[in-house]
Ligand binder design. Structure first.
Ligand code: ADP
Length: 194
């Protein structure tokens, strides 16, 4: 069983690949973005708290995010493995995840970095915003999300590299091709069952 993280800039296709890999590997995909969006849509107390933060392209505070993930990881389906999409994104989140996995003698097995050029992913997200009529997904907000990623999340890759956990995968191209690249990178580490 695998404890896997999917990392990469907004628009790199983490959500798409997470859903496919979850099926292929038989582990739950846990997306903090999806959890927050569902709460916003249902106007829960959490959703009401995070709505404006998300609309601005900022990160939800670490304590709130950590609490939600800890709760999700304590569910039985995550006991033997999981795929985290969009978490951890800050050093505090990494520390908290290490601590909570460590309690049970667990640790991350691998970090899949979906690599993409920032201009390519900005173009991708702007196209999607137009196609899906998401008028509040402006270029300015998309670029702000990229800079938050570059400042807060990209530096974590160095830390995961030091732990020798990172496999790098080119995120551009057809969905199937990207999946194949990920599966073979995982197989190279003895991790993919497919
Ligand atoms: P993207 O990959 O485009 O940034 P996500 O769906 O992963 O989109 O996340 C959407 C939003 O949810 C983020 O912009 C942020 O506000 C919030 N969010 C998701 N995951 C985290 C996290 N680990 N820490 C803080 N905020 C998060």
């Amino acid at each position: 069983m695998t404890r896997l993280l999917l990392v990469g800039p907004p628009g790199a296709g983490k959500g798409t690949q997470a859903a496919i890999l979850s099926d292929t590997l038989g582990i739950p995909a846990i997306s903090t973005g999806d959890i927050f969006r569902t709460n916003v849509a249902n106007e829960t107390p959490l959703g009401i708290k995070v709505k404006a933060i998300m609309a601005k392209g900022e990160y939800v505070p670490d304590d709130l995010t950590n609490e939600i993930v800890a709760h999700r990881l304590s569910e039985p389906d995550a006991a033997e493995g999981f795929l985290l999409d969009g978490y951890p994104r800050t050093i505090e989140q990494v520390n908290e995840l290490d601590r909570s996995l460590g309690k049970d003698g667990h640790a991350l097995d691998v970090v899949v970095l979906l690599e993409a050029d920032i201009e390519d992913v900005v173009a991708r997200l702007m196209k999607r915003a137009i196609e899906q009529g998401r008028v509040d997904d402006t270029e300015e907000i998309i670029r702000h999300r990229m800079s938050v990623y570059t400042e807060q999340t990209a530096p974590l890759i160095k830390l995961f590299d030091e732990r020798n956990l990172v496999v790098r995968v080119d995120a551009l191209g057809a969905v199937d091709n990207v999946t194949d690249r990920i599966v073979s990178a995982l197989a190279g580490r003895g991790l993919a069952s497919a």
